[in-house]
Design a protein around this ligand. Structure first.
Ligand code: SF4
Ligand code: SF4
Length: 139
C-alpha cells in the first residue's frame, strides 16, 4: 500500500500557499477557493494551514492510521511537489520532518518494495492533473 494512505503527516506541518490562479476562481478544475483563505493580493492558502496547530481543512485522516486528501485531483501544486521519502529514489526532507513530528518512522527503500513488485507506476490520480509552473510557496 502507498505509505501516504496511512500517514497524512505533511498535511499538518506546512503552510500550503499558492497563486490564486490555481484556484477554481480562475477556471474549472482548480483548487476549491471555498477551502482557502487569502494571504495577500496574489496568494491563497489552504484553510487550516495558516494557523497553529496546522491541519489542512481538506485532510481526512487519523495520522499514522489512514489518510486521504478530499480534493486530491484538485490539490495545489505545492502538495503535488512533496515527494514521499524514497518514492523516487531519494529522501524527502519535508516528508521526513513531518513524519518525525508525529513520531512515525522515516520511510526507506523497503517501503516501496510493493510498488517495485507490482511493476512501478504513478499515482493514478496524477494522470489527468494539470501541471502548473509556479514556484513552491509552502514552507
Ligand atoms: S509525510 Fe510523507 S508519507 Fe506522510 S503523507 Fe506526507 S509525503 Fe506521504
Ligand atoms: S490540499 Fe490535500 S494534499 Fe494538500 S495539504 Fe490539504 S489535504 Fe494535504
Amino acid at each position: 500500500m502507498h505509505p501516504c494512505l496511512t500517514c497524512g503527516a505533511c498535511c499538518t506541518q506546512y503552510r500550503v500557499a499558492f497563486h490564486w490562479m490555481e484556484s477554481d476562481e480562475a477556471g474549472d478544475g482548480g483548487v476549491p477557493a471555498a477551502l482557502t483563505e487569502r494571504l495577500d493580493g496574489h496568494r491563497l492558502c489552504m484553510r487550516g494551514t495558516y494557523s497553529d496547530p496546522i491541519r489542512c481543512v481538506a485532510l481526512d485522516a487519523q495520522i499514522g492510521v489512514y489518510s486521504r486528501c478530499t480534493i486530491h485531483p484538485h490539490r495545489p501544486s505545492v502538495c503535488r511537489e512533496v515527494d514521499a521519502s524514497w518514492e523516487h529514489g531519494r529522501a524527502s526532507d519535508q516528508c521526513d520532518r513531518a513524519r518525525l513530528a508525529h513520531g512515525l518512522p522515516l520511510l526507506g527503500a523497503d517501503d516501496w518494495r510493493w510498488r517495485d513488485a507490482a511493476g512501478g507506476g504513478r499515482d493514478p490520480d496524477d494522470g489527468n492533473a494539470p501541471t502548473v509552473d509556479l514556484p513552491p510557496l509552502a514552507a
